[in-house]
Design a protein around this ligand. Structure first.
Ligand code: ARG
Length: 520
């Protein structure tokens, strides 16, 4: 013992916790990653160093990743027309903006760490109700699904995208656009997952630096695409865009799944919530950063899509596995292809790094409530990185890489994620009644969470009714399966047979130690 707290995103022990001071301030906290925020009476006061501009950069940097390079195809396929696909891209941005504004209220109202996990506890099980059998169930299921599905699947998707692009460099033959062997893509994706896990387990500082460099790279990539596209448009290449709404789908389910592709690209809009404690003047800057950042990303995404369609037809876009490479090739030939490959690889590598960074944090809060096996919340004795959580995340991501393709993983992700985003809206609305008089430095107009809730119900239910896919069944069954663990191991507090030994073995093997757990 004696090593308390962790580095990186997982640095929060909530009430009365001890953080490794120098570590937590110097490293993850100010990282521009999805860093931690201390509990209400945490002894440490973080410096409020993140101004409006950095807040905006943080939103933009964590949202832009793989989606803008993989989703245009899925979106176009599902909407059927250039016009409708652009409308859905814009609508996804609008929905994310409304969701983020609602999260701004949640983040400033519920002063506990763990994001949705904490909001569900407060909203669905306030006070004494937490001890009733049903009270903590939404929170538990959230932790269960996030740790086993959402986090690993996002890591898998981003690494697969990185690999899809990278492997093409070595593709024999003349065209970068011909398909490399599936096995090569999966192997390289696995390599990226392992590399990123290593970086994050090795040092929080290194992970932070990787993040900063790669964020810059992705902005450059976006800029190249937009400038290139605008020049082409200026030269009068508007014929592909002029097809407008021809061929638009009329199916509601198709539109909902088109949203799945688009919303993946915007996912991460709730990330600023994790650093409210570091924002200067959080109550004005949090909503402001959201109001600037989200439209900015939306505009970038729209411009990138318009640029793609300035150099390739709808059919070409649908036929290309790697739109950005095709785009680069059309503009600058072979050199353009290589530049775009590197830009996308850097963008996705940075996003994967950021995604991995946060996984420890949730394990932590959940383990504190007794919702996860303790060892997942341990940290490396010297490096103070949450290596068990990172390894766990990587192991599941590796399993997901084997059978899946990116498109169905994205559907799987969005379907599941929006169940919980909807849940957070419900919690917000409930807290308007149960915590009527609590101070709300930022209060979102109630119509906004109500609207987002309605849309999220549509997004989840629409595709199930309209075009049921086996993935949705798996995801739903998985969520329900959590209950089989909840009752014996969480509610009745039975211990998992052999877990004691297992924990000892893992502790020795990974050199990890428990963090100091204070009673709540
Ligand atoms: N929007 C990102 C992308 O396009 C994915 C974000 C994954 N979610 C997260 N919270 N890190 O790749």
């Amino acid at each position: 013992r004696g090593h308390e707290g962790v580095g990186g995103g997982a640095s929060v022990r909530g009430r009365g916790s001890g953080l490794p001071r120098a570590e937590s301030q110097a490293e993850g906290k100010s990282s521009g990653l999805e860093g931690g925020k201390p509990g209400a009476d945490d002894p440490i006061n973080l410096e409020r160093r993140v101004g409006l501009l950095s807040g905006v950069a943080l939103i933009v940097g964590t949202m832009i990743g793989s989606g803008i390079f993989v989703s245009p195809k899925g979106l176009l396929e599902r909407t059927g027309s250039v016009g409708l696909s652009l409308v859905v891209w814009a609508a996804c941005g609008g929905l994310s903006l409304l969701g983020a504004l609602s999260y701004a209220e949640l983040g400033t109202l519920v002063d506990a760490s763990g994001g949705e996990y904490a909001y569900f506890l407060q909203g669905f099980a306030p006070g004494e109700k937490r001890r009733l059998w049903w009270g903590p169930i939404p929170s538990f299921l959230f932790a269960w699904v996030s740790l086993f599905l959402l986090k690993p699947s996002s890591l898998a998707i981003i690494c697969l995208t990185c690999s899809e692009y990278f492997v093409r460099i070595f593709n024999a033959g003349s065209s970068i656009n011909c398909l490399p062997p599936d096995l090569a893509i999966k192997l390289f994706a696995a390599f990226v997952i392992i590399l990123i896990t290593f970086i994050n387990s090795y040092s929080v500082n290194l992970a932070t630096r990787v993040q900063n460099v790669f964020t810059a790279a992705k902005l450059v990539a976006i800029l190249i695409i937009v400038v290139g596209g605008m020049v082409k448009l200026g030269q009068g290449n508007t014929q592909y865009l002029a097809t407008g709404f021809q061929g638009s789908t009329k199916s509601f389910g198709d539109i909902a799944t088109a949203f799945y592709s688009g919303l993946w690209a915007y996912d991460g809009w709730n990330n600023l919530n994790y650093v409210t404690e570091e924002l200067k003047k959080p109550y004005t800057n949090l909503p402001r950063a959201i109001i600037i950042g989200l439209p900015l990303v939306t505009i970038c995404y729209l411009l990138v899509n318009i640029s793609y369609l300035a150099v390739m037809s709808q059919d070409e876009l649908l036929a290309s596995e790697t739109v950005a490479v095709f785009f680069g090739g059309q503009l600058f030939g072979r050199a353009g292809e290589i530049i775009m490959i590197f830009a996308v690889v850097m963008s996705t590598f940075g996003a994967a790094n950021g995604s991995s960074f946060t996984s420890g944090r949730l394990c932590f809060v959940a383990a504190r409530e007794g919702h996860m096996v303790d060892v997942l919340s341990y940290v490396h004795a010297k490096k103070l990185t949450p290596s068990p959580a990172l390894l766990f995340n990587a192991a599941i991501a590796l399993i997901m890489v084997i059978p899946s393709d990116i498109g169905s993983l994205i559907d799987f992700f969005s379907f599941t994620a929006w169940i919980f985003y909807g849940g957070a809206m419900a919690a917000l609305i409930i807290m308007r009644f149960t915590m009527k008089d609590a101070p709300r430095p930022y209060k979102v107009p109630i119509a906004i969470p109500v609207l987002v809730l309605i849309i999220s119900v549509y997004l989840v239910v629409g595709p199930i009714i309209d075009s049921p896919k086996i993935e949705y069944l798996y995801a739903s069954l998985f969520i329900i399966a959590g209950l089989f663990f909840y009752f014996p191991f969480v509610y009745m507090k039975k211990s998992i047979p052999g877990m004691g030994h297992m924990t000892t073995i893992l502790q020795l093997l990974l050199q990890v130690v428990p963090t100091d757990v204070m009673p709540d």
